[in-house]
Design a protein around this ligand. Structure first.
Ligand SMILES: N[C@@H](CCC(=O)N[C@@H](CS)C(=O)NCC(=O)O)C(=O)O
Length: 223
């Protein structure tokens, strides 16, 4: 894409300050060096722009590129990678690409719901299910520095919430989940968290603790 075309581009991101789905898009845009306007939504009073841009799900994040809205965070990540090809986050090979998509789906369809289930319900059975999922993630890291290989890729951005939110979750629930049972995942969290575009762009730990503590109390009023 020529420089002139890029200068005429308009990129807007609808997100919230705390959403892990929005954060993965922020990281991808920063990684690619794309300038954009960030618009924080109040999900209890969704803006006409959000309702118009994502009429089916009415969820953030939404990327609006030159007036065209794209929703669903993994779809947005792929769109970003294909539109701005510098610093690729997906591999070229179809098999490797399919694997990245597989793990992104695993994160959204299995891992996040299992963490949420422990947060909301607690109980040994739910905790075991979550630990099983974490074991699978640990396996996937064998022989690799990042989920994307030597460099961070789409799956690192998708799993990035583990580095950012898992500590908050542990602090609020009092459950220690990522410990020496998961040495590769623990090392990945440390390394991922040290990458400047990652650590310079995530929400404050203390602010997240306040938000999730209030939410936890809603689900467990007697604690
Ligand atoms: N599958 C969606 C999930 C996004 C999502 O759950 N967004 C939440 C905020 S974290 C949202 O907008 N919720 C508003 C609602 O459900 O009304 C994605 O990957 O973009």
């Amino acid at each position: 894409m020529s420089k002139e075309t890029r200068m005429a581009e308009e990129v807007k991101l609808l997100k919230t300050w705390s959403s892990p789905f929005g954060l993965r898009i922020v990281w991808a845009l920063k990684l690619k060096g794309i300038e954009y306007e960030s618009i924080d939504e109040d999900l209890s009073n969704k803006s006409p722009l959000l309702l118009h841009s994502n009429p089916i799900y009415k969820k953030i994040p939404v990327l609006i590129h030159n007036g065209k809205p794209i929703s669903e965070s993994v779809v947005i990540l792929e769109y970003i990678d294909q539109t701005w090809t510098q610093n690729p986050i997906l591999p070229q090979h179809p098999f490797e690409k399919a694997r990245q998509r597989f793990w992104a789906k695993f994160n959204d369809n299995k891992l996040i719901p299992s963490v949420w289930s422990v947060f909301v319900n607690e109980g040994k059975e739910k905790e075991e299910a979550l630990l099983e999922n974490l074991k699978l993630v640990e396996e996937e890291l064998k022989g690799k520095r990042f989920f994307g290989g030597d460099k961070i890729g789409l799956v690192d951005l998708v799993f990035g919430w583990l580095a950012n939110l898992m500590g908050v979750f542990e602090e609020v629930t009092g459950l220690k989940l990522i410990d020496d049972r998961f040495p590769l995942l623990s090392a990945w969290i440390l390394e991922f968290s040290e990458i400047p575009i990652i650590k310079d762009n995530w929400p404050s730990h203390d602010k997240l603790v306040v938000k999730y503590r209030a939410l936890h109390q809603k689900f467990h009023p007697l604690k």
